[in-house]
Design a binder for this molecule. Structure first.
Ligand code: MSP
Length: 691
């Protein structure tokens, strides 16, 4: 049997759970449910990180012991996961005796092997981050580079793990496991980090300064550094608690450690070297997701008062709507933007309109015309074949994409199936067929095909919206029981449909909210900041319909491009060293459409096209829209809502940002450029700029 073990980070027990924590946990839950239905044995671990200075201080402040403090606070996470339908197999707390004993056992083993040594150490110590920094690592104000708080010079004896001696072994491992870190640009980041010498890791804190930790077994005047303690949870949670899969196979190694991008180094450098030293196999993959930002790009923080509380959304709009939004909205790896308007829009369009409509239509028509019993498909024509073929393709794509954690893309694929059923219904108009007794067979076919396609869509969505999918399936008189249900033809004619009510009622506040909180538009005459530029760029797919040499410039072509505006535009472009005219004709490009028109050697150029640099001077590669893009389709940066004020930009505005290619995808910072949810690509090397 195949195994799937997924972990979330263990969350700092002091923190109030927010949308960032919920995201990772929901992602883990969806992946687990999905693997379960595909027949894997699964194990899903989450928990709380309960040692360290911040906990000790918070307890002191409240006048309770640290243990009392954590016993009270960890519930916030555990309770939230229960409310969110999270099916974790275990909730580990680092203060559990089994975990503490396991950490001590590992420390003793490393000490006995000579992998840990003590030395006098002096350096800049940050109380907030609970660690030393070197002079070079400090920020420009000589403060801690993470929290930017003052640091103090400290001299003390400490214990060190010989992490540096594993540098080459880790490099070799990474080189032979290029998919170990997902997405691949995070692999590059760690590989880059390892080009510098790797220091040993200080793994102790003197008890005099910090008592709330696991004592070192070989020197009880010291406690263990929180990260060394915390990372070991991934193994202790099964080993120290004597847990195995049902068939007795060990749970470790993890298939996926899901983490946020901020804790990449601890998971991809500290952790694998610790495991190497302990002779424990490494996890199969580390997947680093991006950050949830709010209000168009702000970091959430208590002090800014912009933290999104998951409970508010779940209580008001339902657990499944919230789970759906999280999973659909963030492309794994990239940052995502949370806005209330975006949430309402997404739920209304995908769940209330697309999914809700199709289910209600089919349900109602079967109830009204076949006394609630599913009729038999009489004749399968072209339109029916199309739906069945698409369903087959979608199942195959999901089976291939979800194990790679391509969650938001997988959901979009399922929604394409849902939308295709709606289109099929529009074309076949069963409500008209129902009025004509001679069309009863045709009506039966349309309803069977649609009902079966909706059933499949609901099964595929079950990992994301478990309760609502089950409710929808029971409306169709069906259930989701096993992997066999993920194939065409499971619904039997004669099946009795159940009761029904709209699965996701439309959220009616959309308009009001939009009026109440207008998007802040930059003033037309105020220069744009670098953060504002991406939203203001009008970028579109366009087709080159004519190519002429520029009469007065050897490097330029004069192109006519169709950007879906009725009239073609003229643009001048320096592509002569890169492309022959015939290679350009009829080609789809990506156009920066609201750039101020400018004359280029006497010919007005109305816009600019995007191309990526190569190693050769003057030679570039055109950026390509996704295959199905049509002229005029708008490209946006993922997570950045486009501005709507029709502002015209100058070259100097564009120069404030930098577009770059990573893994053949075009990025602005962490945001991919995309058209209709598919990335805009460019076949150049990683790190090349787009101009
Ligand atoms: N305790 C450590 C993890 C130890 S794992 C052995 C820790 N805890 S945390 O509570 O601060 O963060 C847990 C996770 O939440 C991290 O993966 C972090 O990236 C994630 N997030 C915190 N804020 C976030 C967002 N705004 N958006 C998405 N995830 C973010 O680090």
């Amino acid at each position: 049997m195949k195994n799937f073990y997924v972990t979330t980070p263990i969350y700092y027990v002091n923190d109030a759970p927010h949308i960032g924590h919920s995201y990772t946990t929901v992602l883990a839950d969806i992946l687990t449910r999905f693997h379960k239905i595909l027949g894997y044995q699964t194990y899903f671990l989450t928990g709380t990180d309960e040692h360290g200075q911040k906990v000790q201080r918070a307890a002191e402040k409240r006048g309770v012991t640290p243990q009392e403090h954590v016993d009270e606070y960890y519930h916030r996470f555990e309770d939230l996961w229960k409310k969110m339908d999270i099916g974790n197999d275990f909730f580990i707390r680092t203060t559990m005796p089994e975990h503490k004993a396991y950490v001590q056992e590992c420390l003793q083993k490393l000490w006995d092997k000579g992998e840990i040594y003590s030395k006098e150490y002096e350096g800049w110590y940050s109380v907030g981050e609970e660690r030393f920094f070197t002079e070079d690592e400090l920020d420009e104000n000589k403060c801690d580079p993470i929290s930017h708080r003052p640091v103090e010079w400290l001299k003390e004896k400490n214990y060190f793990f010989k992490m540096g001696s594993y540098q080459q072994k880790l490099i070799d491992f990474l080189e032979s496991h290029k998919d170990w870190i997902v997405p691949d640009y995070r692999w590059n980041e760690i590989r880059g980090f390892l080009k510098q010498p790797l220091n040993d890791l200080c793994i102790s804190r003197p008890k005099a300064r910090l008592s709330w930790g696991i004592p070192l077994p070989f020197d009880t005047d010291y406690v263990t550094y929180v990260w060394f303690d915390a990372l070991l949870n991934y193994v202790s949670a099964s080993t120290a608690f004597h847990k195995t899969y049902a068939d007795g196979t060990p749970i470790w190694p993890a298939t996926y450690h899901l983490i946020g991008k901020d804790i990449l180094t601890t998971h991809c450098v500290y952790w694998p070297t610790m495991l190497m030293a302990l002779d424990i196999p490494l996890p199969e993959h580390v997947l680093a997701h991006g950050w949830w930002l709010v209000n168009g790009g702000e970091k959430m923080s208590k002090s800014a008062g912009n933290v999104v509380n998951p409970m508010d959304y779940m209580e008001k709009y339902g657990i499944d709507a919230f789970r759906y939004f999280l999973a659909r909205e963030m492309v794994v790896g990239q940052d995502a933007n949370f806005t209330h308007e975006g949430f309402v829009r997404r739920i209304n369009s995908d769940l209330a309109n697309d999914l809700g409509n199709v289910l209600n239509r089919v349900h109602r028509l079967v109830l009204n015309n076949f006394e609630g019993k599913l009729p038999k498909a009489a004749q399968i024509g072209e339109a029916e074949k199309e739906v069945i073929d698409l369903a087959g393709k979608v199942i195959a794509e999901i089976k291939e994409g979800l194990p790679k954690a391509r969650l938001s893309q997988s959901i979009e694929t399922i929604m394409q199936l849902v939308r295709s059923i709606n289109r099929y219904l529009e074309v076949k108009a069963p409500w008209k067929l129902a009025k004509d007794e001679s069309k009863k067979d045709e009506l039966a076919t349309v309803l069977y095909i649609s009902a079966e396609a909706v059933r499949l869509s609901l099964c595929l969505l079950w990992p994301v919206i478990p309760s609502k999918a089950e409710e929808g399936l029971s409306m169709l008189g069906s259930k989701f029981q096993s992997a066999e249900d993920l194939s065409w033809g499971v619904l039997q004619s004669g099946e009795t449909f159940g009761e029904g009510k709209p699965l996701f009622p439309r959220i009616e506040e959309e308009k009001k909210q939009e009026q109440a909180k207008p998007v802040q538009k930059p003033k037309q005459n105020k220069p744009l900041t670098a953060e504002e530029v991406p939203a203001e760029m009008d970028i579109r797919a366009a087709k080159i319909i004519d190519v002429q040499n520029h009469p007065d410039a050897d490097s330029l072509y004069v192109l006519q491009v169709d950007a879906g505006e009725g009239e073609p535009r003229t643009i001048c472009s320096g592509l002569r060293a890169s492309y022959k005219a015939e290679e350009l004709k009829d080609r789809m490009i990506v156009l920066f459409a609201n750039l101020k028109p400018a004359p280029l050697r006497g010919i007005m150029s109305n816009g600019m096209l995007f191309a990526g640099d190569t190693d050769e001077e003057h030679v570039c590669v055109l950026i390509a829209p996704p295959e199905d893009a049509k002229p005029g389709d708008r490209a946006t940066f993922h997570g950045i809502a486009p501005a709507t004020d029709g502002r015209v930009l100058k070259v100097k505005d564009f120069e404030k940002i930098s577009l770059e290619v990573r893994g053949k995808v075009v990025f602005c910072g962490e945001n991919t450029l995309e058209i209709g949810d598919k990335p805009v690509t460019c076949d150049v090397l990683d790190g090349k700029k787009v101009h």
